[in-house]
Design a protein around this ligand. Structure first.
Ligand code: FES
Length: 151
């Protein structure tokens, strides 16, 4: 059911932990399944130099967080913002359809961490960030609701 890459990143996740004095920190979560992902980014001159994460969640959430941190390293913030949950899942050779929603956490955590960086550096108005956060969280809840209803 799970690809070898998913199993690999689940049993041996990359970049677990925190970055002290991170330039951007983003946390996203879902109150229904209780899964939480926190992403830390070290950013220099608009390039992501390092990424670490902590995920309190299911195996697919762990594997997608691990892959997401690998994908963002070395990318500019513009490039990182274009990483979709599908790109993360594809990089893992796919996820079972019922677990696709778990990869949303990875995409949203990247965005939240970059948002945080942009607000802290005056690249973005903090009121924008708050609005974006509200939409993000609603999106995630919505996805989960759909999945749960189908089950
Ligand atoms: Fe919620 Fe996987 S079950 S993120």
């Amino acid at each position: 059911m799970y690809s070898e890459k998913v199993m690999d990143h689940f049993t041996n996740p990359r970049n677990v932990g925190e970055i002290e004095n991170a330039d951007g920190v983003g946390q996203v979560g879902n109150p229904k399944c209780g899964d939480i992902m926190k992403m830390y980014l070290k950013i220099e001159n608009g390039v992501i130099k390092d990424a670490k994460f902590k995920t309190f969640g299911c195996g697919a959430a762990v594997a997608t967080s691990s892959m997401a941190t690998e994908l963002v390293k070395g990318k500019t913030i513009e490039e990182a913002l274009k990483i979709t949950n599908k790109a993360v899942a594809d990089a893992l050779d796919g996820l079972p359809p019922v677990k696709m929603h778990c990869s949303n956490l990875a995409e949203e955590a990247i965005r939240a961490a970059i948002d945080d960086y942009m607000v802290k550096n005056g690249l973005k108005d903090s009121s924008d960030a708050n609005n974006a956060c509200g939409r993000r969280c609603d999106d995630i809840h919505h996805h989960h609701d759909e999945e749960l209803d189908e089950d």
